[in-house]
Ligand binder design. Structure first.
Ligand code: HEM
Length: 158
């Protein structure tokens, strides 16, 4: 295998793995942890999200760097360049850019406000930013599932 071939293999594997970590993490947070935490008294859930989201978002930062870089390498070596790639690759990059922008906003605005409120134990002030995080994660979860379906199936229709 050539060096370019090896780079393509590594990039496509990292692309799929980082998509799984990001989208799977959002699925677990929204569909599993959020409804399950309803059984716990406040401020338990807020304390949980403070710790869990800080850990999860470190992985998401890695994903928002690795996904576009590996995606473009994938496009160069698998499709003869981004311009020559099919519609599915352009859709993936476009939706991916929206997902990344939403995450960066979520991290620096509502998540920072939520973190400050929990650290100061001002539980009322933690409620609104956590609701915003919940809405943005719901949007990104749907976009991430759609993008993953497009990425995995697009070679048959794109
Ligand atoms: C940000 C810019 C992105 C670019 C340039 C890009 C590019 C690509 C390319 C070229 C492929 C191979 C498609 C094929 O050979 O038919 C691919 C596959 C895939 N992409 Fe993306 N992608 C991007 C973002 C994303 C995002 C945000 C997700 C999910 C959250 C995602 C999930 C996938 C999945 C699941 C596959 C199928 C597995 C694989 O081939 O690695 N991609 N992507």
């Amino acid at each position: 295998m050539t060096a370019h071939g090896a780079l393509h293999v590594v990039a496509s594997a990292l692309h799929a793995l980082t998509a799984i970590v990001w989208v799977g993490g959002m699925f677990f947070a929204y569909m599993i942890a959020r409804p399950s935490l309803g059984a716990f008294d406040p401020p338990g859930p807020a304390k949980f999200w403070r710790r869990a989201l800080a850990r999860f978002f470190a992985w998401v930062w890695a994903a928002v760097v690795v996904l576009p870089v590996s995606g473009f390498i994938h496009a160069v070596y698998g499709h003869g360049g981004f311009g020559a790639a099919g519609l599915h690759v352009h859709m993936m990059a476009g939706i991916g850019a929206v997902m990344i922008a939403l995450f960066v906003y979520l991290y620096f605005v509502p998540f920072k406000a939520f973190t400050r409120a929990v650290d100061a134990e001002t539980w009322d002030a933690a409620r609104a930013p956590l609701a915003t995080i919940r809405h943005l994660v719901a949007v990104n979860l749907v976009l991430g599932l759609v993008t993953s379906a497009i990425g995995a199936s697009g070679r048959y229709w794109g």
